[in-house]
Design a binder for this molecule. Structure first.
Ligand SMILES: *Cc1c(COP(=O)(O)O)cnc(C)c1O
Length: 507
């Protein structure tokens, strides 16, 4: 089909570019945006954590069904519009009473770091395309290893988050464990034997995705039971490894958790390391949440055994307070990591050759995630991080104490910076363990969680421990103060009484 009109050729010297901005327009719009962002950040503590509106309301505010516009618009107006939409319809994990899941507020210098990184736009896949950015990433990885007490000569890189960092560890373990060329033949190669992975029942769901991605399938996961403190039963681990080995399988990797997502439990990493050493199995630590607590005096001594791991995953967008996204994978033997992902001959990398991060992970083009983290590590220093993480833990312990003494609350667990608890109406306290009451308390606390989340006053999430539905508050939040912690029990109890009243009338 012939075009209806011939395209007009660009002018010889001045090209009309719909995405262009003059230097002065960029300055004007940019300064205004910085003002808007500063005002947004200033206003977060006094506002709700979230307005918790329904999808229909948010879609209406966006005009979600609108078609792609044919013509463009003025960038200043556009940014004002976008900032207003986000200010009115976001959940702010930087709110001082945000205690849900494990998501940190963004450190201000990290916000600015992402801005700077976007402007330079380094492609940190290849050193040639990102000379300084590649070196900064290398330094940030070594500093994180140092904070964890991990060997700084390890291989490592930034990825999108904990899921990917753990997946990188699992793929490296696969390279090491397979007695055949798994890169070439895959897990179903002619000489292949089944590869198995050992993880406790408290392991985060990354393990399912990673075993699928690696071609093992979730049946390869041996779910090891946990003890009363939600830690892996290391005796059962040893038995499972030996049984699989006797059956002709290849035990590929054990996952120890440094801070479980539900309750902050830290596995007996030293004992797991012993079993891995004895059986020649790769020892991986999922430290997405808790690994950085190793830098803080007084935290569980088991964290110090992370130095014995073959690989560690940690999440700078959790306890380093980086804006999303930033995960970090560390692998003790950099050569195993390279063999896992590099498709160049090995001599290409020897000597003083530069690091090309494309050889260390699954991505090709890579953004400069490391900059924000590197800036934050330099702004706060080691002392600053030890203080901030330690303060989060102390705030969580304070919450646990407040909950313990409150007549309408029951404290259940406290580890790292996670406290779990539940609301128990005073008249049900004496009978709380009877089956009928226990069931009601689960219903009540589940409804209460929803009520708290919708209130915007505070935000907690949930955990299930020994069959009990619990409220879960996690402090990975540099904006939280003692006053925010002290306010939480009263908010929970006030809303709890309301929900209880409603359920009893209705039920
Ligand atoms: C958060 C978390 C993950 C997943 O990390 P993402 O950054 O959300 O991908 C994995 N394991 C643990 C223990 C976590 O806390």
């Amino acid at each position: 089909m012939a075009p209806t009109s011939a395209p007009t050729a660009p002018a010889a010297t001045a090209r009309h570019v719909p995405l262009s901005m003059t230097g002065s327009a960029f300055r004007e719009v940019g300064h205004e945006l910085v003002e808007t962002i500063a005002a947004l950040l200033d206003g977060i503590p006094a506002g709700p954590v979230t307005r918790a509106t329904d999808p229909a309301t948010v879609r209406a505010a966006l005009d979600a069904a609108a078609p792609l516009p044919d013509h463009g618009m003025e960038p200043g107006e556009l940014l004002r519009d976008a900032a207003a939409l986000l200010a009115d319809h976001s959940l702010f994990n930087g709110h001082p009473k945000f205690f849900g899941y494990i998501t940190a507020p963004p450190a201000p210098i990290g916000i600015l770091g992402d801005f700077l990184a976007a402007a330079v736009n380094s492609n940190v896949g290849a050193w040639t395309l990102s000379p300084m950015a590649s070196e900064i990433e290398g330094q940030a990885v070594r500093w994180i290893a140092d904070l964890l007490g991990y060997p700084q000569e390890c291989g490592g890189l930034f990825v999108s988050g904990g899921n990917m960092a753990n997946t990188v560890g699992l793929l490296a373990a696969r390279t090491k464990a397979a007695t055949w060329d798994v890169q070439r033949h895959g897990v179903g190669g002619p000489d292949a034997a089944p590869l198995t992975v050992y993880a406790s029942a408290e392991t985060h769901t990354w393990i399912q995705k990673a075993t699928e991605i690696a071609g093992l399938g979730t049946d390869a996961i041996r779910w090891i039971p946990t003890d009363a403190g939600q830690r892996m039963d290391v005796g059962a681990l040893r038995v499972a490894i030996l049984a699989d080995r006797a059956a002709g399988m290849i035990p590929m990797m054990v996952v120890g958790t440094a801070g479980s997502v539900s309750t902050g439990a830290v596995d007996a990493l030293d004992e797991i390391a012993d079993v891995c050493e004895e059986t020649g199995t790769w020892f991986h630590v999922d430290g997405a949440y808790g690994a950085l607590a190793a830098a803080v005096p007084g935290t569980p001594p088991a964290l110090r055994a992370m130095r014995r791991a073959d690989s560690v995953a940690t999440d700078p967008h959790k306890w380093l307070y980086a804006p999303l996204e930033a995960g970090c994978a560390l692998v003790r033997d950099a050569d195993v990591l390279r063999r896992t992902f590099s498709h160049h001959p090995p001599y290409y990398h020897f000597g003083t050759a530069a690091t090309n991060f494309v050889d260390f992970g699954p991505q090709n083009s890579r953004g400069f995630r490391a900059l924000k983290v590197w800036l934050q590590l330099r702004q706060a220093g080691r002392d600053g991080y030890v203080q901030m993480i330690g303060d989060d833990i102390r705030l969580s312990e304070r919450l646990h104490t407040l909950v313990e003494v409150h007549p309408e609350l029951e404290a259940v667990t406290q580890a790292l910076s996670i406290t779990t608890f539940r609301f128990i109406p005073e008249d049900l306290r004496a009978t709380a363990s009877r089956a009928e009451t226990a069931e009601y308390l689960n219903t009540l606390n589940q409804a209460l969680l929803d009520r708290i989340q919708r209130s915007g006053e505070a935000f907690v999430s949930n955990a299930i421990v020994h069959g009990q539905y619990l409220l879960r508050a996690c402090v990975v939040n540099i904006n939280t103060t003692v006053a925010d912690i002290d306010a939480l029990p009263e908010i929970v109890v006030r809303l709890g009484r309301e929900v209880d009243g409603g359920l009893r009338v209705g039920g």
